[in-house]
Design a binder for this molecule. Structure first.
Ligand code: ZN
Length: 245
């Protein structure tokens, strides 16, 4: 009996080693150059890991809505996670577990930008580089640009994953002045992107209403017949009369 128990004990110990090894391997496999989530997140959770998730799903707030990146996992975050999951064919339970995080890891580069957009595309619209020269700190401006890109990634995916080109993103104050931008332009804050691309400027403008863009200016609005302007302000100002908006 003692011998049987000790054999069982040894077996259990081997199992434990094997399980431990698997856990370590799994953790390594999921490590990400940008950010790694270490727990399942659901309604009621709060913290920096929630805020990092909110940035990634900010493009899924529902029509005309805007997701707050406030580190608090409330009903709006649950709904946005559900829409993100639906968009990528995952179980849409509004709970961010490993499958959801794995999809995000697939979608993000090591610098935390979504794979189809880059900081270089979004920074100084007058050909310079960097995030200085606006009303906000460079760090705050860059953070706005990051969220803008995640919302653009959602828009791009919804339109069939066809290329979208950003022709102007952040503008420093002198840059904005030189291109004749409005004195309070969202471009100054890193919150904007002017777009061209497939399928049409109107399709971009119309679809953007579902992805958290408060500012949508397109064809038929003064100065916007050759691009669609989107920005992530949190009140809606939509005008693209030629598109029926
Ligand atoms: Zn613009």
């Amino acid at each position: 009996m003692i011998r049987i128990l000790s054999v069982l004990g040894l077996f259990a110990a081997m199992l434990a080693v094997s399980v431990t090894t698997q856990v370590v391997t799994a953790t390594k496999a999921h490590a990400d150059g940008c950010y790694t989530w270490n727990r399942t997140l659901s309604e009621g959770a709060s913290g920096e890991d929630v805020r990092q998730l909110q940035i990634r799903v900010a493009g899924y707030p529902g029509y005309g809505k805007h997701l707050a990146t406030d580190s608090s996992y409330g009903p709006a975050t649950k709904a946005a996670v559900g829409e993100f999951q639906k968009a990528y064919g995952l179980v849409a339970d509004g709970i961010a577990g490993q499958a959801t995080f794995n999809k995000i890891y697939e979608l993000q580069d090591d610098d935390c930008t979504p794979i189809h957009f880059t900081y270089a595309e979004l920074d100084d619209g007058c050909g310079g580089s960097g995030w200085d020269g606006g009303p906000l700190s460079a760090a705050a401006t860059k953070a706005n640009a990051l969220q803008t890109m995640w919302q653009l990634e959602a828009l791009r995916h919804a339109l069939g994953d066809r290329p979208i080109t950003v022709t102007s993103g952040f503008r420093s104050i002198p840059c904005n002045r030189s291109v004749g931008g409005a004195s309070n332009s969202q471009h100054l804050y890193g919150r904007s992107a002017d777009l061209v691309g497939t399928p049409t400027l109107c399709a971009l403008a119309k679809q953007a209403r579902y992805h958290g863009f408060g500012g949508i200016l397109g064809p038929g609005f003064s100065g916007h017949n050759d691009h669609t302007h989107l920005d992530i302000r949190t009140s809606n100002y939509w005008a693209a009369p030629s598109c029926g908006i």
